[in-house]
Ligand binder design. Structure first.
Ligand code: THG
Length: 267
């Protein structure tokens, strides 16, 4: 499982303050903690929701300039605005990198997929199109097909594509979790080589004891074939759950990672 550390996200008040104050030290601290905890990529989302596109472009440039050079771990540029993604990619001088995200809307695909090709970046794409997020698996798969076609058109190897099946709260639609799980299975079957990624925590929105649900859902997603997750790598329960889920699903040869993580620890 590829772990994408989610903690640099300007929707969180503390992170918003770091970005608005250009607090390089705290930004690096947040990055380095996630790296030490085992993050494979660091998601960088600087959209504070208060400023203009130009503000966001300045912020993404600052964040990437501050981090790269100090940290070898690759970055995942998280923005819905292709112009902000482009500015981030231009600032990045390290490879590989990851774009988060494109979606299956024609204009968005035409803007974002070529950026992944140009910068030889991995690409996260959301299983939603002009009609939004489909309630059922077949609708989400149609969005995936548009994404795969665009990748083919612009020469993105399918192995570089990470499709997000999208997760909606089960508190508003009890079938939400199931649809995500079935979409993961269907993506792996219909688009061989394509990878899957998701943020988990939406599933438990509005319910008590969210962490329990997130971890149970993580295990189900691993069984369904999830390749990467956008999570808090500092959450030890969750990172332990990745190890237990992967070893049980036959994804940890000789139980090696499980043994390394738990051998010396007490029950
Ligand atoms: N898919 C893709 N990208 C994504 C998401 C996704 N990027 C953003 C998001 N979802 C993943 N990132 C975060 C970052 C922080 C938190 C959750 C997801 C977080 N949430 C706390 C919680 O859930 O309890 C607190 C929320 C708050 O205080 O506002 O910390 O799904 N491709």
């Amino acid at each position: 499982m590829i772990i994408i550390g989610e903690k640099i996200n300007a929707t969180l008040d503390a992170v918003k303050t770091i970005i608005l104050n250009r607090d390089t030290k705290s930004l690096l601290d947040l990055t380095q903690k996630q790296v030490a905890a085992g993050a494979d990529y660091i998601d960088v989302n600087i959209g504070t929701g208060v400023g203009s596109r130009e503000d966001e472009i300045r912020s993404i440039k600052w964040a990437i300039e501050s981090i790269q050079g100090q940290v070898a771990t690759p970055l995942c540029i998280d923005s819905a605005d292709p112009k902000v993604i482009a500015a981030g990619l231009e600032t990045l001088n390290a490879k590989p990198s990851m774009i988060n995200s494109a979606k299956a809307e024609k204009h968005n695909l035409e803007a974002v997929v070529p950026l992944a090709a140009e910068h030889d970046s991995l690409l996260i794409a959301l299983a939603m199109d002009e009609d939004g997020i489909a309630n059922m698996v077949d609708g989400r798969l149609r969005a995936c097909e548009k994404i795969c076609n665009a990748c083919q058109k612009y020469g993105i190897p399918i192995e570089n594509l990470y499709i997000d099946p999208l997760v909606m709260p089960i508190s508003t639609d009890i079938n939400s979790g199931l649809v995500t799980l079935e979409t993961i299975v269907a993506i792996k079957k219909s688009f061989p080589g394509a990878k899957t990624v998701t943020g988990l925590s939406n599933v438990s929105y509005g319910l008590p004891q969210r962490r329990r649900l997130n971890i149970a859902f993580l295990h189900m997603c691993i069984f369904a074939g999830l390749d990467a997750a956008i999570v808090d790598p500092l959450d030890e329960e969750l990172t332990a759950a990745i190890k237990t889920g992967e070893v049980l699903a036959g994804k940890d040869r000789y139980c090696r990672r499980y043994m390394r993580a738990f051998r010396k620890k007490s029950q």
